[in-house]
Design a binder for this molecule. Structure first.
Ligand code: PLP
Length: 419
């Protein structure tokens, strides 16, 4: 599953004792396992090897340059959603023809930069955007390949904040609109080539049927469009594969591949995928120190030096992360506690009512598991807190891949005026 395991009562990342990282780097710190990252990427690659898809790692899950570089060197393309992610993609020297660009609100500046960079596809989310890409491509004297992001209206059966393919969601265009785009614009807009259909139905999806439903609907749509003269050569099925945070039993990637590949067999379509969480989620932990143990008349709080600004998922979606002490304590007795940060919000918690060893104390280190995806990348400076350090472990070695922010980092772009 992943490479964070107890050896003689101490938690290790691969062959590195996490206590060593805490001593040298401090807390809070995200620690990633190189091996888990590569294993997860290669699991997908192997499961789909018969059809050799383009696997564009979804940078939003974790866009640290070292992590992206590691995956790019292993053969990944990148799924980006902003000019900032394009900038990062270029820094890790991914081939431009392995970049796909989604987002409901691409600005002219972002579109221009991406066309100039020769990216593979824009995943287009509205007619307005389609026209804009055409105008900008014309100005640049280019013809740009685009995918239409179709909203197939399937229920991904996941948290409503990460459901993206219901009619009510802001993402993509519905099937009817997709048909009319081909009728009305495909020939008229001379500087775009609509040759891909893209779907992404949500994230942390643990059952296979929503994927199957969505891909079947999309392939039927492509068949229909191609029979009417369109030339759709690519299908992008997005990301969304769920992982184990607690006791979920998600489909394996092999089961996923076995369900998807027959649907697209003999269709002559090149498959693109955009996994994020599946690759990065269980590849990272967040190390944090207990600052205070606070007992009230109703409960115990462990107040830690990480907070919602470091890992937003619990506050944002009430997401569950397993939390363990990095050193097994002697005490067998467990006690329920809330694990909270120092941010001035009642919503600032990493866990509630969690059974933890009764003898945990000040300065003990906790590991928040499965924090590799949507952890650091969603972090902020709220309450003027410095963002955490990031560390990459490989076997017996580890390296800092992002320095902890300093106070001067916090005010770097501010201008103090006299008014
Ligand atoms: N592709 C698109 C368009 C997305 O919006 C997302 C996540 O929101 C992903 C891919 C990655 O999803 P996941 O991390 O669930 O694989």
């Amino acid at each position: 599953m992943h490479d964070f395991k107890f050896k003689k009562k101490r938690l290790f990342a691969e062959d590195v004792d996490l206590a060593q990282i805490v001593n040298n780097v401090g807390t809070p710190a995200f620690v990633y396992s190189r091996k888990t990252l590569l294993d997860r990427f290669n699991e997908i690659k192997n499961a789909f090897k018969k059809i050799d898809p383009l696997i564009c790692y979804s940078m939003k899950a974790n866009s640290n340059l070292s992590i992206c570089k590691l995956l790019v060197k292993e053969g990944a393309g990148l799924d980006i959603v902003s000019g900032g992610e394009l900038y990062r993609a270029k820094k890790v020297k991914v081939a431009a023809k392995k970049i796909v660009f989604a987002s409901v609100g691409k600005t002219d500046e972002e579109i221009t930069e991406a066309i100039k960079s020769n990216i593979l596809f824009f995943n287009v989310e509205s007619i307005s955007e389609l026209k804009r890409i055409n105008v900008i491509a014309k100005d640049l004297k280019k013809k740009q390949k685009v995918a239409i992001r179709v909203n197939p209206d399937v229920d991904a059966k996941t948290h409503h904040y990460i459901t993206t393919a219901k009619k009510q969601n802001k993402f993509g265009v519905d099937i009817k609109t997709t048909n009319s785009i081909f009728l009305t614009y495909a020939k008229k807009l001379k500087n775009i080539d609509i040759c891909c259909i893209h779907i992404h139905i949500g994230s942390q999806i643990t059952t296979i049927s929503p994927f199957v439903q969505a891909v079947k609907k999309t392939v039927a749509l492509i068949d229909g469009l191609n029979s009417k003269g369109a030339c759709i050569t690519h299908l992008n099925i997005g990301g969304g594969l769920g992982i184990i945070y607690k006791d979920e039993k998600p489909q394996t990637v092999e089961q996923y591949a076995k369900a998807i590949m027959p649907i697209i067999k003999n269709k002559g379509l090149k498959l693109i995928m955009e996994p994020g969480r599946f690759i990065a989620g269980n590849s990272g932990v967040l190390l944090t120190k207990i600052i205070h143990v606070k007992e009230t008349s109703v409960k115990r709080f462990y107040i830690i030096d990480a907070a919602m600004n470091d890992l937003l998922r619990p506050a944002f979606y009430e997401a569950y992360h397993e939390i363990v002490a990095t050193k097994k304590t002697k005490g067998k007795k467990k006690k329920s506690a809330d694990i909270v940060g120092a941010v001035c919000e009642s919503g600032d918690f990493l866990a509630k009512g969690r059974q933890l060893p009764d003898d945990l104390k000040q300065n003990d280190i906790l590991a928040v598991m499965s924090a590799g995806a949507y952890g650091f990348s969603m972090s902020s400076n709220y309450n003027s807190r410095k963002r955490a350090a990031e560390v990459l472990v490989s076997g017996k070695k580890y390296q800092l891949i992002r320095r902890r922010e300093s106070y001067s980092d916090l005010i770097r772009n501010e201008i103090v005026v006299n008014i």
